[in-house]
Design a binder for this molecule. Structure first.
Ligand SMILES: Cc1ncc(COP(=O)(O)O)c(C=O)c1O
Length: 418
């Protein structure tokens, strides 16, 4: 159902509740985020409703964690059934959902083994540890010398090791001392990667599409070339598909667009169905087999609730239905956004149902455009000042998507001085 514009501008007495809760939250929490002033109470599909009863079309999907929309019935069913039965064992014991989750996720990835964790950053940390250990035990790198190549503009999470190799000053500055062992090269520059590889290099850690960076795509052929280089040089290709993977781009993995299979998949966000944090890495036995008892773990990683929901996610993806839908609606998204270039929009980058839109500074900042969209009942998120990221739930209807894009067109066109 499509909200009318008046839904987003109801009586001021009701708005007070949103404002009050927003201000109370701001007063009692660290300001590590700058949220839009909306206070959500419930949600269904692509729509969220705030505490004042106003409805908003969600074009962010929790940064792709809600690929299947809010309250997906199959995912909720899996969660409810599991909640009533068993929620946590720790990995000290095995639970009855663990084998199916690992096997079916492994099959989806075409990999022999899976190691479940919780957040994306933990999965990235896991991939880093496994790559280093593989380097020492399998490749024969001198202990303590392992090097991992990363990209400029990367975003892999917020742990101290991960922010050590971030070139975003906000993410990096003030959090040293930093973890050594990473070398940065320009994103998408295959020659720079080849030049950086030496005898100590154990892995190239790459986002096949940079999400936080503003949906930045590497040059055509880059992933294929990287695969060849990694194979030739005996270096692991580690693909962080946390935001790009699991249907978002119109294929199961963003690497699929170039027919490339990395050595290690790093997954998160949508794997938890928007219900629980579930992340994982998937790799073959020659890589993940380097871990032995006591060397890595997490109390909650692979817990029964996470596995029940994650298994349902994997089964939904195994049908290909959501990937096809993202591809189909992605054409609409691309065509509609490209029509805005030159009309308040400088550039757009899309892949499947995912877009980075560079707003003409003459129109306003990304934040200002998101605020104007919010006033019209559409929620999106700015990144890096002047870029807006759109990641609608893959279950959005074509009508709702068209309506949301109408709002964006009206906002940027109304403010376009040209
Ligand atoms: C590509 C990528 N890797 C890792 C992360 C970190 O995930 P989490 O916030 O669950 O730790 C993110 C989060 O945005 C991401 O986009």
């Amino acid at each position: 159902m499509t909200a009318s514009l008046t839904d987003a501008t109801t009586a001021t007495t009701e708005v007070a509740r949103s404002t009050e809760l927003y201000q109370r939250a701001e007063a009692r929490t660290a300001h590590n985020y700058h949220p839009l002033p909306v206070v959500v109470e419930h949600a269904e599909g692509a729509w969220m409703t705030d505490v004042d009863g106003k409805r908003f079309l969600d074009l962010l999907s929790g940064y792709s964690a809600l690929n299947f929309g809010h309250g997906h019935p199959g995912l909720l069913r899996a969660a409810h059934e599991q909640l009533d039965r068993l929620t946590l064992t720790s990995r000290a014991f095995v639970h009855d959902r663990f084998a199916d989750f690992c096997a079916e996720l492994g099959d989806l990835c075409g990999k022999e083994l899976v190691l479940p964790m919780n957040t994306g950053a933990e999965a990235v940390e896991t991939a880093i540890k496994v790559s280093r250990k593989w380097g020492y035990e399998v490749k024969g790198v001198t202990p303590g010398h392992a090097k991992i190549i990363v990209s400029s503009g990367n975003f892999h999470g917020r742990t101290t090791t991960i922010v050590s190799f971030s070139d975003d000053p906000d993410a990096h500055n003030g959090f040293g001392p930093f973890t050594p062992g990473f070398q940065m090269v320009p994103y998408g520059d295959l020659e720079a990667i080849e030049a950086a590889i030496d005898a100590d290099t154990v892995a190239v850690l790459i986002e096949p599409i940079q999400g936080e960076g503003g949906v930045v795509l590497p040059p055509d052929g880059f992933l294929r070339g990287l695969r060849e280089v990694c194979t030739r040089e005996n270096v692991l290709m580690v693909a962080d598909e946390i935001q790009a993977g699991l249907g978002r781009t119109g294929k199961t993995f963003a690497c699929d667009h170039e027919g490339v299979v990395p050595d290690v998949y790093v997954l998160g966000k949508a794997l938890g169905g928007g219900i629980v944090p579930v992340s994982a890495i998937a790799a073959d036995r020659d890589v993940l087999g380097v871990l032995r008892p006591g060397q890595h773990g997490s109390t909650f990683g692979g817990n029964p609730l996470a596995c029940a929901v994650g298994l349902e996610v994997v089964r939904m993806l195994a049908t290909g239905e959501h990937q096809d839908r993202a591809a189909e609606l992605g054409v609409v998204l691309r065509d509609r956004l490209e029509a805005l270039v030159g009309h308040g929009v400088l550039r757009v980058r899309t892949r499947g149902l995912w877009a980075g839109i560079d707003i003409d500074p003459a129109v306003g900042t990304g934040r200002e455009v998101c605020e104007a969209l919010m006033a019209r009942g559409v929620l999106a998120k700015d990144t890096h000042g002047s870029t807006i990221r759109l990641a609608p739930p893959l279950v959005i209807t074509a009508e709702d998507l068209a309506w949301g894009l109408d709002q964006l067109a009206e906002v940027v066109r109304a403010a376009d001085p040209a």
